[in-house]
Design a binder for this molecule. Sequence first.
Ligand SMILES: NC(=O)C1=CN([C@@H]2O[C@H](COP(=O)(O)OP(=O)(O)OC[C@H]3O[C@@H](n4cnc5c(N)ncnc54)[C@H](OP(=O)(O)O)[C@@H]3O)[C@@H](O)[C@H]2O)C=CC1
Ligand SMILES: O=C1O[C@H](COP(=O)(O)O)[C@@H](O)[C@H](O)[C@H]1O
Length: 517
Amino acid sequence: MGSGCWTIEKRSNLRNEFLSRESGSVPETGCLSLVVLGASGDLAKKKTFPALFNLYRQGFLLSNEVHIFGYARTKISDDELRNRIRGFLIQGKGASDEQLEELSKFLQLIKYVSGSYDSAEGFQLLDKEISEHEVSKKTIEGSSRRLFYFALPPSVYPSVCKMIKNYCMNKSDLGGWTRIVVEKPFGKDLDSSEKLSDQIGELFEEPQIYRIDHYLGKELVQNLLVLRFANRFFMPLWNRDNIDNVQIVFREDFGTEGRGGYFDEYGIIRDIIQNHLLQVFCLVAMEKPGSLKPERIRDEKVKVLQSVLPIKDEEVVLGQYDGYKDDPTVPDNSNTPTFATVVLRIHSERWEGVPFILKAGKALNSRKAEIRVQFKDVPGDIFKCQKQGRNEFVIRLQPKEAMYMKLTVKQPGLEMSTVQSELDLSYGQRYQGLTIPEAYERLILDTIRGDQQHFVRRDELKAAWEIFTPLLHRIDNGELKPTLYQPGSRGPEEADQLLERSGYVQTHGYIWIPPTL
Ligand SMILES: NC(=O)C1=CN([C@@H]2O[C@H](COP(=O)(O)OP(=O)(O)OC[C@H]3O[C@@H](n4cnc5c(N)ncnc54)[C@H](OP(=O)(O)O)[C@@H]3O)[C@@H](O)[C@H]2O)C=CC1
Ligand SMILES: O=C1O[C@H](COP(=O)(O)O)[C@@H](O)[C@H](O)[C@H]1O
């Protein structure tokens, strides 16, 4: 294959190859039942089923062993569910005959079961359907694999867990398993999250529980440990002696768009910062794990979370976009922030004094997520280049994955003057033709493989809530109020002032323009 050409090969035995190569374990052979609970909902059609389809297309889910079950209260037929999701599986009009055939074969793997989330009847029926599939595949009882994906509001998690435990478990232990995948938000604060964890923990062991945070499945988030610990460049620089401040930013250029009712209960800190941005923060700030074993990595994430100092009110800016309360599902007196900047500080030898500025907002002027590491000024600068700006290492998570280093170079030409430029690794240009897998695709594959590295462990979740609960309670009690900002703006001006007070120095006159092909 030529060096510029990147493709995903379709092979029939990718899963088994991976298992025997990577873990040395015996490949699992029992048939696989994937159950999407809440199959009638938004997440299921937009993310879960498309991810399953992509895994199927790439040969990770095999027709002769896998079956997919949708479960929800809505009374629809198999075909009605298939028709609801069809348009989300292949987008655009130009699907080839081969793609349409693949799609049709995939849809035939899906069966829909209707039932409630708290009564035996529906789950007994579900178990019957799953068992019939297992028998039809001649699977030895106990060796089958059952994965339950909760595309559901968290309020029903406890009763659904009980129903699965009572009626739908893999029957005995002959190499098979039962796993559950739960979506965020895992609770609303420390107490509610611990309560939810206790309820689920009474029924399932930690290795059976996959708390999904889809940011952990993004390509450049998965790259963070490799970048930090496989490159000599970064090791000596990644500390308080060299780094002045770190920003982890999430922006969306649209508002709550029909999800106002859900959003108003949670707000931007619970929706984005306490989970997605905090997970990225862990990977940027944690110490090197002893190995790549999932538990060693998660141990280090917990340690860094436990070293975060209490958040100070003067290091928080909240905003709410003008028009947010026009949504009829949002109360007129809502105090819910749709924007927040929060500075986290870590009490450790590596990071003492370095602000980690976590910023997230809806209805802003652009859509992007990035990590921006700003280095300190060069001491004894003989080129007087401070006005050119500081070195920065930027990791663009989305859109258009890239990483670039802003650095000062000689302005090309006869004069000895300096200019800001960049070393740029833009994925679209470097890996032409490569389709980067969707976060959900990777993470669902991990749940099937039994790899919990990119999932949130219970103690990690607890430590995350410990950081934000006091602040969230002050907001819920109305002690901190959001400032109004205009949709399509950068958010409240106070956020830029906080950034400046935290030490960030903006490089004026320099803009990185993503390369075009
Ligand atoms: N949508 C998204 O983009 C994202 C969602 N998530 C999380 O994924 C989960 C599912 O989200 P989403 O699909 O948007 O949710 P939905 O509101 O679409 O709910 C999913 C399904 O659950 C059932 N349901 C809805 N409300 C209730 C209720 N009060 N009691 C019992 N059942 C109910 C409905 O099925 P029926 O009535 O047929 O039983 C519905 O189709 C949530 O935890 C959410 O926070 C996480 C990231 C992104
Ligand atoms: O979990 C959530 O994430 C999405 C943003 O995900 P992204 O992968 O498109 O960055 C956000 O819109 C939503 O509010 C939130 O619940």
